[in-house]
Ligand binder design. Structure first.
Ligand code: NDP
Ligand code: 8X3
Length: 257
């Protein structure tokens, strides 16, 4: 197992859910964390907790990954001790709505594609060349079971996550001959703010997604990310599908009541 002690880990979407759990798991293991998201106050709360609990070294970036210029500036203006990113966790992402494609909302589509696909590409494009120069690095992309199995109303979200899968595979192929590793982690149902965001704050509808089943937690996913990153340097876990025991496919779930 490789130690992540003092490794610099950049996590996008660290203000909530899976990203916040990754921050905790890597902080516990002694990594130095660059945490990025739009909600700076949420990042600050997480940072306060981690620095108190684990004496973690942290650098916070208020960042909208859809803004290519802002991503470029954020990466290029990192203070010297934070420049050599060892691990990039492309986690920022969201779904919006569950409409039929023919009734879809253009703004929802753009938000999903710009965040889940283009944002991930921007981060990757600005961070990976440094990893190549230093001959060291690992890119972990958070995909989804939705990228492997489309479900009714999932159209654009599923397409964006299928793109994450294809892009992860493409990056792995393009980095062949370098020591940089690329992993795509595809979770099933994880209870986070995900469904709240999907249904634009409709809590009742969001809660129904997980009703009667035991979903994954952000920590379950973070543990898997940590496992991938800590394998010996010659081992690359290209992809993982992790689902709750109560979930067989995107739509086939077992509810206890
Ligand atoms: P959350 O809504 O809890 O977290 C999403 C994170 O992404 C937040 O920190 C949010 O921060 C950030 N984010 C969203 N848009 C942007 C943006 N434009 N720029 C920067 N950060 C952004 O959901 P999850 O933790 O569940 O989602 C994390 C990832 O996991 C996503 O890619 C999601 O698609 C994927 N996933 C989730 C599953 C689930 O069932 N929950 C299953 C499979 C995959 P802020 O709003 O502060 O910017
Ligand atoms: C999130 C999982 O199935 O709700 O990516 O789309 S799902």
């Amino acid at each position: 197992m490789i130690s992540v002690q003092n490794q610099i880990v950049l996590i996008t979407g660290a203000s909530s859910g899976i990203g916040a759990s990754c921050a905790q798991v890597f902080a516990q293991a002694g990594a130095k964390l660059i945490l990025a998201a739009r909600r700076k106050e949420k990042l600050q709360e997480i940072a306060d907790y981690l620095s108190k609990e684990f004496t973690t070294q942290l650098y916070l970036i208020e960042l909208d990954v859809r803004d290519r210029q802002a991503v470029e500036t954020a990466i290029n203006s990192l203070p010297e001790p934070w420049q050599n990113i060892d691990i990039l966790i492309n986690n920022a992402g969201l779904s919006r709505g569950l409409s039929k494609l023919q009734e879809g909302d253009f703004q929802d589509w753009e938000e999903m594609i710009d965040t889940n696909v283009k944002g991930l590409l921007y981060l990757t494009r600005y961070v990976v060349p440094g990893m190549i120069d230093r001959a060291k690095g690992h890119v972990v992309n958070i995909g989804s079971i939705a990228g492997r199995q489309t479900y009714p109303g999932g159209n654009v979200y599923c397409g964006s996550k299928a793109a994450v899968r294809a892009i992860s595979e493409g990056l792995k192929q393009d980095l062949l001959g370098t020591p940089i590793r690329v992993s795509c982690i595809d979770p099933g149902l994880v209870e986070t703010e995900f469904s709240q965001v999907r249904f634009h704050g409709d809590s009742e509808r969001a809660e129904k997604v997980y009703q009667g089943l035991t979903p994954l937690t952000g920590n379950d996913v973070a543990d898997v990310v940590f496992f991938c990153v800590t394998r010996p340097t010659h081992v690359n876990i290209s992809e993982i599908l992790l689902v709750p025991v109560d979930q067989a496919t995107t739509t086939l779930v077992h509810r206890h009541n």
